[in-house]
Design a protein around this ligand. Sequence first.
Ligand code: GAR
Length: 197
Amino acid sequence: MLRIGVMVSGGGTNLQSIMDNIDSGAITGAEIAVVISNNPGAYALERARNHGIEAVCISPKSFSDREAFNETLLEKVNEYHLDLIVLAGFLVRIPPKMIEKYRNRIINIHPSLIPSFCGVGCYGLKVHEAALKRGVKVTGATVHFVDEGMDSGPIILQKAVEVKPGDTPEILQRRVMEEAEWKILPKAIQMIADGEI
Ligand code: GAR
């Protein structure tokens, strides 16, 4: 059984899609051991607890410096003996020591077709604002392994989504979630659980 830790910062719709796919049997051979948030107000924490999954918050604001936060985060992750860490809207930079220790065992979902609209400062709604500003007709989502760079690790899956006339960033964000993110993130987890990657 693949032990997964899901790291979140916000609403947790991607977390929900993973839990739903496990419940429905679309993901087999994997379980969520813990959900970790940096944000105490993240609705994702509530989603996890409602599902009977352990949910913990480690906020950088509770630490005097970044190094202390990073160490505690890594210690917490280590406690759960995880096989896979899934960044599902986790908007904090992963500590280098964690990347080193969990190399090829951390995956991230990003709401664009990397290498477009990614990198430092390009996350969440900002991604869709940038896509609309540039006038692209196709966008999408990417699941990739996490390395030391920002959105630069090896790509696992991508799915394209049409941009439609009249789209706002919010409308486009929702379509990218529904048509791409909630499909390719569970699929990547299943592929890893099956040893296909
Ligand atoms: C998702 O759209 C995810 O792709 C994005 O944050 C949102 C989280 O939504 N992640 C990034 O931008 C990472 N660079 P959720 O909390 O509802 O899953």
